[in-house]
Design a protein around this ligand. Structure first.
Ligand code: 15L
Length: 267
């Protein structure tokens, strides 16, 4: 018998959700998957629900008989306020109500470094800093972390909010020498978030062991996250591919990079 009877992964059609669909399968007897996009055929141990996180009835249905949730569904980048509102604020609330009413034990979700994207590069931060979102999207992640804290304080529902850096097979630009999270480190982090005995509401930075990382996880020692990869291995390749940026460009001057530098999406 696996550790969990049923795990729900939302956003299962995305890159990260698709990766966890494969990697977390041994942890659960039943893997329930949801996404607004097509997820392909269900394997023998999988249950598939296609639909929108903004659909409260669907969120109630998919959280039934679930031990824990890995929530990666919703809008994964900056977009119009309306899209962000429906996917990441209304949708996130729907997910929490489903979890609360159905007695789910814990939710682990993809918050984002864009909740703190306006911190300057020369400042190393931990999980106690005041949010400084850099986009509509970043604001929605701050809302999510607030909702998670509220559901812990009021209802005893546990959450790990992972402020994911840049999770890609390899770092893609100079900023990611700082923010990169490798796929193996991501899988290890989510696994630790699911199996840690008690998490209350924990905020943890999803970042590999990069020489230049700006995020300090000492407040999440109880998760036991020990990243192994280091973006430094890609420095030569990345520096050869792009010119040195102007140090005053928000792309390099802030934690959030291009998100902090972008104009308001709705203009
Ligand atoms: C995010 O939150 C995005 O989902 C992802 O696509 C990356 O752009 C990442 O942040 C980042 O900051 O690199």
């Amino acid at each position: 018998m696996a550790r969990f009877n049923r795990l729900l992964i939302t956003g299962a059609a995305g890159n990260l959700g698709g990766h966890l669909r494969k990697e977390l399968a041994p942890l659960a007897d039943h893997l329930r998957l949801s996404d607004i996009s097509d997820m392909g055929p269900a394997a023998a141990n999988e249950e598939i629900f296609q639909g929108d996180v903004a659909d409260a009835d669907l969120m109630m249905e998919i959280t039934r008989d679930v031990d824990m949730v890995v929530h990666l569904g919703g809008q994964a980048n900056e977009h119009t306020w309306e899209t962000v509102l429906n996917s990441n604020i209304v949708g996130f609330y729907n997910m929490y109500e489903g979890c609360r009413k159905n007695g789910v034990r814990r939710l682990v979700w993809g918050s984002s470094n864009h909740a703190i994207g306006f911190y300057p590069r020369e400042q190393v931060i931990d999980a106690s800093v005041y949010p400084r979102p850099d986009t509509n999207y970043g604001v929605s992640k701050v809302f999510g972390e607030a909702l998670a804290q509220y559901y812990w304080d009021k209802y005893g529902f546990e959450t790990v909010s992972i402020r994911i850096g840049s999770c890609f097979p390899k770092p893609l630009d100079r900023r990611m020498l700082t923010t990169w999270l490798s796929y193996p480190d991501f899988k290890h982090l989510v696994e630790r978030c699911l199996i840690a005995p008690r998490v209350a509401h924990t905020v943890i930075y999803g970042v590999s062991d990069n020489d230049m990382k700006l995020w300090d996880n000492h407040m999440a020692a109880h998760i036991g996250f020990r990243p192994k990869d280091n973006a430094e291995a890609y420095r030569a390749e990345i520096e050869a591919a792009s010119p040195e940026p102007d140090p005053n460009d928000l792309f390099i001057a802030t934690h959030g990079g291009s998100f902090a530098a972008a104009p308001h999406y709705d203009d």
